[in-house]
Design a protein around this ligand. Sequence first.
Ligand SMILES: Nc1ncnc2c1ncn2[C@@H]1O[C@H](COP(=O)(O)OP(=O)(O)OP(=O)(O)O)[C@@H](O)[C@H]1O
Ligand SMILES: [Mg+2]
Length: 216
Amino acid sequence: MEAGGKPGQHAGLGVAQVHVGHTDLGESQRPRPLPYPDEPLACRGRLPNQRPIAFRLILLHPPILETLQLRWPDEAACEAFARQLAVRPGFADAFIELHGTLGAGKTTFVRHLLRALGVTGRIKSPTYAVLEPHELPGGGQAAHFDFYRFADPREWLDAGFRDVFAAPGLKLAEWPDKVAGLLPTPDLSITLDVLDDEQRGVLVRAFTPLGQALLQ
Ligand SMILES: Nc1ncnc2c1ncn2[C@@H]1O[C@H](COP(=O)(O)OP(=O)(O)OP(=O)(O)O)[C@@H](O)[C@H]1O
Ligand SMILES: [Mg+2]
């Protein structure tokens, strides 16, 4: 779809060439993680008259409720999108996954989100610490994860990550695929695609009603 095709449906989030897709309510290509490592699939029961494998397939594919495609021509567009998203109702308790190759702009986007929420001072990348927590000036917490170096799933409980995801607050996770199976379903999944030094293709998918509302 060309720019300006149907921007009205997401007018508040249109930054550059906005491609809006209510596409086909297709299914996720990513496996749906179990909420916690100690929650076996068998505990989730079985649908009547269905074989276990059918139930498993349902669990592995949460529906995509909304899809939004953007192109950021430069970092200013990244910042503008962050500013618009950060003021959405419910954002303070959202869980957002950030996908993309090394240097795609995941941390940069998080920094713009946190700045938009009033965080001042240096915003460190959690590349080594895995988690950088932030107090939000307006109240509440933001947890910024980078799971690139997270190697041992047994550390999940010890590190308190389960508790972070069970508590209110904003959660932002880079490299979520490194801990697939441990994370809950995200409200939004954002995938950054490097087009050149400055341009990024952006695919935003909502997996929950909150995520869907954030894109309205
Ligand atoms: N349109 C853009 N959006 C975001 N960042 C951009 C854009 N154009 C250029 N950049 C630059 O790209 C770099 C992205 O680096 P960043 O650390 O955010 O990547 P990352 O995805 O977090 O990488 P990693 O996987 O290593 O954590 C920054 O230097 C940023 O200034
Ligand atoms: Mg990063």
